[in-house]
Design a binder for this molecule. Structure first.
Ligand code: ASP
Length: 310
C-alpha cells in the first residue's frame, strides 16, 4: 500500500511525573517527534523513524532509558530494548545491556544483522561490538539524581517499607517519577513499526528483564497494528499486552478502545499500572494509561499534539 499519510506517536513513560519534570518531558517528547519526523516526513521508513525518536529520548536524561536510567540494586544501568518492523515481522531485541550508549541501536543491529531475535548481556554487547558499535563505560549512563534516588529507595527498604517499584499504587513515591520510552509509526508506504527502550525499574535485581524488550509484551508490530507499553513490567509480561492490543485491532476494535481495554484488563486481573500507545494501519491512534500521568505526543504533516498537562 502506498500514499498513506505518515504519522508518528511517541511516549516518554507513565507513572507520577512530578510537576517539576513536566516541562522536561514535554521538551523531550517534542525533540523525539522532531527527530522521527525528519525521517518519516521525508518519505523514510517507519522503522527508521521509531529508532530515531527513541534514540533522542535515550540520550535525554529526563527519561528512564539510556542516560539517566533507573539503577539496579548494584548502582548500575541495565537496559532492555526492542524494535519491530510490522511489514516483515522482523524484530531485534537486547536485554540487560550495560555498555551500549543506545540500546535501541543495538536492537536494530540484531534486527538487521542476525537470524536471531534476541541477545542478552555480554553476548549482546559482543555481538554489536563485532559489528562496529563502540562500547562505553556503564558509569557514563549514571547520573547523580539516580544515585540519590537509589539510596532513598534502599533506605526505605532497610526500614521494611516495600520497594515502591512493587507497590506501584503508591504513586506518591518518588521511585516512580519517570519512565520507559517508546514510539510507533506508520510510513507513506503503509508500513508500521514499534520500538521500546528502558532502564527498567529502580533497585531491580541485576539480570531482571522487564516487558519493554520482550516481543508482544512491551512492544509489537505487525501489518495491522503497532504498540509500545510503559509501566509495571511484570503484569504487562504476564498478559502479553502489546500483542493482546494488536489482536483486538485485528478483531475490529479501534486503537483507542483496544488500548483502553488492555490497560483496564491489566488493572482488573493483576492490579497493574502503566500505559500504552497503539496505532493501526490507517494511522488511527490509541493512548491509554491508568497512572496519574503519561508523557506522549504525535505528529503528522499537518499537526501535532502533546499529552502532558502542565
Ligand atoms: N516497563 C518497564 C519495566 O518494567 C519499566 C517501566 O516502564 O516502568 O522494565
Amino acid at each position: 500500500m502506498a500514499d498513506q499519510h505518515p504519522i508518528l506517536l511517541v511516549h516518554g513513560g507513565a507513572w507520577n511525573i512530578p510537576d517539576d519534570m513536566v516541562e522536561a518531558h514535554r521538551t523531550g517528547i517534542r525533540n523525539a517527534l522532531a527527530a522521527g519526523w525528519k525521517v518519516l516526513g521525508a518519505g523514510g521508513s517507519a522503522l527508521d523513524a521509531v529508532e530515531e525518536a527513541v534514540v533522542v529520548m535515550e540520550d535525554d536524561d529526563t527519561f528512564d532509558a539510556g542516560l539517566g536510567s533507573f539503577l539496579t540494586r548494584d548502582g548500575t544501568v541495565q537496559m532492555d530494548a526492542m524494535v519491530m518492523d510490522g511489514a516483515t515481522l522482523r524484530a531485534g531485541g537486547v536485554g540487560c545491556v550495560e555498555r551500549v550508549k543506545n540500546a535501541i541501536r543495538a536492537a536494530r543491529l540484531v534486527l538487521e544483522k542476525s537470524p536471531h531475535v534476541y541477545f542478552v548481556a555480554d553476548g549482546a554487547e559482543k555481538f554489536v561490538e563485532e559489528l562496529g558499535m563502540k562500547l562505553i563505560d556503564n558509569a557514563e549512563l549514571v547520573v547523580p539524581r539516580e544515585m540519590e534516588r537509589l539510596k532513598r529507595v534502599q533506605a526505605l527498604a532497610a526500614k521494611g517499607i516495600p520497594d515502591p517499584t512493587f507497590a506501584p499504587a503508591e504513586f506518591g513515591a518518588d521511585a516512580n517519577s519517570h519512565d520507559t520510552v517508546g514510539a510507533v509509526a506508520l510510513d507513506a508506504h503503509g508500513r508500521l513499526a514499534a520500538a521500546t527502550s528502558t532502564g527498567g525499574t529502580v533497585n531491580k535485581t541485576p539480570g531482571r528483564v522487564g516487558d519493554s524488550s520482550l516481543i508482544g509484551c512491551g512492544v509489537y508490530a505487525d501489518d495491522s497494528a503497532a504498540a509500545s507499553c510503559t509501566g509495571w513490567g511484570e503484569p504487562i509480561m504476564k498478559l502479553v499486552l502489546a500483542k493482546a492490543a494488536a489482536d483486538k485491532v485485528v478483531r475490529g476494535q479501534s486503537p483507542q478502545q483496544a488500548a483502553k481495554q488492555c490497560i483496564d484488563m491489566m488493572k482488573s486481573k493483576l492490579n497493574g499500572h502503566g500505559g500504552m500507545i497503539l496505532m493501526d494501519r490507517q494511522g488511527k491512534i490509541g493512548i491509554a494509561y491508568n497512572t496519574p500521568r503519561m508523557a506522549w505526543g504525535w505528529r503528522t504533516a499537518e499537526s501535532e499534539e502533546f499529552g502532558l498537562e502542565r
